[in-house]
Design a protein around this ligand. Structure first.
Ligand code: A3P
Length: 296
């Protein structure tokens, strides 16, 4: 890494009114022109909603529960992240995706209006995972603290205000979860919830397999449940992002695999902040059929 320029905390730049990391905005035309293929599978989430977890589940399903096949490369290499443009010498997910043989599995955090149109044109299968706003906000705050490529989060109160206003990378959580919820009426989208995955991972793994046209024996489902448990993914170098150097992901500040629970927001939110979020959910999602659980 000696030749690398020092990592600087980035600014946000809007694309069609949605705040993006500056490097994403700078590469916008290329990203927008991305050519999806009909047999691509896209994993899409708001950041910190359980992306890595669903990625490893999908990877295990694709390898019929064989952990050795998953262990051949870190998760971010197996499933390129198309809307991230890290500094050199790190590869761009878009470059990796373009040379990847089909069938590809790709990762994105893009909200519906910013997804490259070829994904819709090709009617690609998409798996979306949503997580309740409060836990999602806590997780995103700690991720900003440890990831030196993200904007400065400020203190918790400041971050929370920005989260609520949608003034953070990949934009408003509310617009994101709602946009994808509505898109699933028109496209092949499996919409999952982090809380459901915690409650009954085997059930949710079967849903994913069925969506991919596979029926897995119980024994394989159980292997996948075990392999993708938080405690196991936390110590697995192929899933815990320990391959990213510490001057980018400073895991002494906060680990990538931090807590992995439902309800950790209670350790962070004041009563007033909790009420503020409940009101915002009611106001911005109340007329949709979208319901989140903030505890199990
Ligand atoms: P916390 O910060 O609340 O612990 P993403 O992969 O989208 O960046 O999301 C990261 C969040 O998902 C972190 O949440 C992380 O701990 C949690 N996570 C990762 N793997 C998990 C697993 N196997 N089970 C439960 N949560 C998991």
């Amino acid at each position: 890494w000696e030749d690398m320029e020092p990592i600087k905390r980035t600014e946000l730049v809007e694309v069609d009114g949605i705040p993006c990391l500056k490097d994403t905005a700078d590469n916008w035309q290329r990203l927008w022109a991305f050519k999806a293929r009909p047999d691509d599978l896209l994993i899409c989430t708001y950041p910190k909603a359980g992306t890595t977890w669903i990625q490893e589940i999908v990877s295990m399903i694709q390898h019929r529960g064989d952990p050795q096949k998953c262990d051949q490369a870190p998760i971010h290499q197996r499933i390129p992240f198309i809307d991230l443009f890290p500094p050199k010498p790190f590869p761009h997910g878009l470059d990796e995706a373009e040379v990847m043989p089909s069938p590809r599995t790709l990762k994105s955090h893009l909200p519906v209006p910013l997804l490259p149109p070829s994904f819709w044109e090709q009617n690609c299968k998409i798996i979306y995972v949503a997580r309740n706003a409060k836990d999602n906000a806590v997780s995103y705050f700690h991720f900003h603290r440890m990831n030196k490529g993200m904007p400065e989060p400020g203190n918790w109160d400041e971050f929370l205000e920005n989260f609520l206003m949608g003034k953070i990378a990949w934009g408003s959580w509310f617009d994101h979860v709602r946009g994808w919820w509505e898109a699933k009426e028109r496209y092949q989208i499996l919409y999952l919830f982090y809380e459901d995955m915690k409650e009954d991972p085997a059930r949710e793994i079967r849903k994913v397999a069925q969506f991919l046209g596979l029926q897995l024996p119980d024994q394989v489902v159980n292997q996948i449940v075990q392999h993708t448990m938080f405690e196991n993914m936390k110590v697995n170098p192929m899933t815990n992002y320990s391959s990213i150097p510490s001057f980018i992901f400073d895991q002494t500040v906060s680990t990538f695999m931090r807590k992995g629970t439902v309800g950790d927001w209670k350790e962070h939110f004041t009563a007033a902040q909790s009420e503020w979020f409940d009101d915002a959910c009611l106001r911005l999602l109340g007329d949709s059929s979208l319901v989140f659980r903030t505890e199990l």
